[in-house]
Design a protein around this ligand. Sequence first.
Ligand code: GDD
Length: 401
Amino acid sequence: MRLDFPPKHTEKIGSVSIHELQKIYEIDSGKSPSLNGHQSIKAFGYDELSSILRELAIVIPVKNEKLGLLEGVLSGIPNECLVIIVSNSKRAPDDRFSMELEMVKQYSRFADKKIMVINQKDKDLGKIFKKVNYTSILDSKGQVRNGKAEGMIIGILLAKMQLKKYVGFIDSDNYFPGAVNEYVKIFAAGFGMASTPYSNIRISWKSKPKIVDNTLVFPKWGRISEYSNKYLNDLISNITGTKSEIISTGNAGEHALSMALADNLNYSSGYSVEPYELIDILEKFGGLLPSNFAGIIKKGVEIFQIETRNPHLHEEKGNDHLTGMLQDSLLAINNSKICNMELTKVIKDHLLMLQVKSKSNGTNTDNDNKKYHHIMKPIKSIPIETFAEMILSNCKTLNMI
Ligand code: GDD
């Protein structure tokens, strides 16, 4: 993979370096790429990428998706990576989770991949989280809460159990296995460029194709990213005092974390997890609030944003889903202690408008009166060996294939 390096511009906030969007020139640069004297390019050959991929686990959160799509996603993940499927798919009346498991087992008769599968609602998993005192992930019945972020946390812990240095997240409803393959290689290239153990790699899609009036169009931004990027940039502009447009991955569903960083972050529930990841990094390491992370602050945190060459095509889940997701994302920004009053007012007005709109559509949802988002604790509080022992001997839905 050949891409811009060093990034053309970096916004520095305390010990956090946010790099501008980097462009890819070759998805595949061969075995031993040459730079031909270029000073502003980095190229990764097969062996270099392969050794990073071996330390990377890819978590696929799944909830009731088409089996064919999930199988396609699996086929796109490079062979060196450990794959971790965390499923919140229903068990009754039809058992979607068992169907997924059966599909993975059949797929594995032909493919040569290491795959772990677990069900998010496994009762024993809930009990284990209670035992290790990680209750912020539990609902009132003592089971793991619903939500993509909750699935991600389980995935991070399984990756940590397997001693992985990096963890990346790929949605299970992607139509293009080739795009999945590019995302994972981008994660590896990002970690290969990082100069600190604490890094976050965020993917910006080249385009998100859709059909408008019988014509295929390739818009760059979806409806959520447009706003969350804008508000995150307003927040950063306010901090630095200079107009900034550095953030282009506010809602990057495909993103990756070094385990050292993943260990220390708080996680916001459901779909607000991606914008909150940025907020949490700035709150903890941006020098804006009192912080007890001196060790990390000394080494610095790097955020890479990299643009794909492939378009992103996934399942469309409808307008209500998008409105809920936008509300969650705006709340994550608005509720931050580093969000200034002026921006808070603008976001509150936007949230109000969304509530009015969803009510007038007759789509009165749970989100309508939501004022807070649920935050989960950093996973470093969990004794990983104990967790691993308990999960391996108790969780009946855990399968290692
Ligand atoms: N384990 C688990 N648990 N997975 C879930 C859950 C859950 O409760 N809910 C959803 N998922 C899975 C889905 O099956 C899919 O693989 C992935 O999480 C993303 O969910 P979607 O419902 O498909 O989200 P989206 O496509 O609308 O939004 C995606 O893109 C946004 C950016 O445009 C997500 O990745 C968002 O997080 C992202 O902000």
